[in-house]
Write a protein that binds this ligand. Structure first.
Ligand SMILES: *Cc1c(COP(=O)(O)O)cnc(C)c1O
Length: 435
């Protein structure tokens, strides 16, 4: 039998709508609350920060939302992305499980993040917005937004978590190349940043702090809007292009997943891959298990509480109903910068609370072991975030072996680690600060 390693969709078969899981969730989301009044916020309250079209998508209950032509056109620079069957990994593990992965690392910035950066830049451009601010952890989101805003002539200012700014200098170069400007956070540019530095001049920063800085700049400048790379409903909506393509590709392979696995920072790549499959759970009686994999250093899903909390550290965002470690939690400096966020998106939190998805946590050392096993088997070098999902895949594949049952595992290869080789060096020389 000839092996098919890559399952490729034609450009013409790329989905032309995103899937909105809010149309099918058994329990609807609790409302966002105004931080001052503690009353549900109105969409208009978000207008100083976000483009109108994105606010509409945030609260929409429409099942399918058209992807604008201009967005599809830029998607086609790297989409549809390939799906791979990990034959070599299956063989090394000696597992009866079939392992598939969706390869989002082929985008120019190297991760799934441009899937939402492009529509966010587009809707802001349509509204006449001239500047956008954002935060970035490891630099994946900042590079994706710089890449996207550059196409639409929007200026992009990125507050980058200081520890990552120091660990990953080439991410900064990448943002600069696409005309983004980069500021290590906490910075002296904002009230929020100056406050954190006064408390701790050596503060390594966190996503929550960087968000506070980026929001402050947008809220205090009329021509500037803010953009978030994860957590929010419209971000997860845009990412469903991943799962919608994956459904078609598995259909081409004649398979359907028993397990869908993604690394978890705020929920965007996990939601993007899993929601179209969850729809079949809700509406067609399928029983796919969807597992979000977080870091043991930032375990909001497995150890956090479901409650209203702020999305940022300074407490400027609306209160979000979510699993959280508390908005002042500053996670240890693991290399998977994209997983260093104290909370989880509202949709994913509600699904977890309702027992419709599962969560697990992986320690940094296990994630690097898994990454090395994967890279030696399949060739591709995973981003540190992605490696967390791979560790869970290996756990599940080993369990299938012990139980002697085959299962179909699909995971999201959310990004490559080519700019993370310093982190791999630390692992190889036994210098990882966080085990
Ligand atoms: C940002 C990032 C993540 C985590 O963010 P989510 O919004 O939870 O997807 C995972 N993998 C990579 C490669 C990332 O860049």
């Amino acid at each position: 039998m000839t092996k098919i390693r890559k399952i490729q969709l034609n450009e013409n078969d790329m989905p032309t709508q995103w899937y909105n899981i809010q149309a099918d969730m058994p329990n609807p989301l609790l409302p966002l609350l105004h931080p001052g009044t503690k009353q549900p916020i109105q969409p208009a309250d978000l207008e100083p920060l976000f483009a109108q079209a994105l606010i509409e998508q945030e609260v929409s209950k429409e099942r399918y939302i058209d992807i604008p032509e201009e967005v599809l056109d830029i998607y086609k620079l790297y989409r549809p992305t390939p799906m791979h069957r990990a034959y070599n990994l299956e063989k090394i593990l000696g597992t009866p499980a079939k392992i598939y992965y969706k390869n989002e690392s082929v985008s120019p910035p190297g991760s799934h993040k441009p899937n939402t950066a492009i529509p966010q830049a587009y809707y802001n451009y349509k509204q006449g917005v001239k500047k956008m601010t954002t935060e970035t952890g490891a630099g994946q989101w900042g590079s994706a937004l710089s890449f996207a805003t550059n196409f639409f002539g929007i200026e992009c200012k990125v507050f980058m978590v200081k520890v990552s700014y120091q660990q990953k200098p080439y991410r900064k170069s990448m943002m600069n190349l696409w005309n983004g400007s980069v500021i290590p956070s906490p910075s002296m540019e904002t009230n929020a940043g100056r406050g954190f530095l006064a408390e701790d001049p050596d503060c390594p920063g966190s996503l929550g702090i960087a968000i506070s800085e980026a929001i402050e700049v947008a809220a205090t400048h009329d021509d500037t809007k803010y953009s978030l790379g994860s957590v929010l409903n419209h971000v997860l909506l845009h990412q469903t292009i991943i799962g919608l393509e994956a459904l078609k590709q598995l259909e081409m392979a004649g398979d359907y997943p028993d397990l869908v696995i993604g690394p978890f920072g705020g929920g965007s790549n996990f939601g993007g891959l899993s929601f179209p499959f969850l729809r079949h759970n809700f509406t067609e009686g399928k029983k796919t298990r969807c597992i979000a994999v977080e870091s043991t250093s930032c375990p909001k899903l497995t150890k956090g509480k479901f409650e209203y909390d702020f999305g940022d550290t300074a407490g400027m965002t609306p209160l979000i109903p979510m699993y959280t470690l508390g908005h002042t939690f500053i996670p240890p400096s693991i290399h998977a910068g994209g997983l260093r966020y104290h909370g989880a998106g509202a949709i994913v939190s509600q699904l977890l609370k309702d027992g419709l998805i599962e969560a697990s946590a992986v320690a940094q050392t296990e994630s690097f072991e898994a990454a090395v096993t994967f890279a030696r088997a399949e060739g591709m070098i995973p981003a540190p975030e992605t490696s967390h999902a791979i560790a869970q895949v290996i756990r599940e594949a080993n369990m299938a072996k012990q139980e002697g049952v085959s299962k179909n595992i699909l995971f999201n290869f959310s990004g490559h680690g080519l700019l993370d080789m310093g982190a791999y060096d630390e692992y190889f020389t036994n210098h990882l600060l966080v085990k």
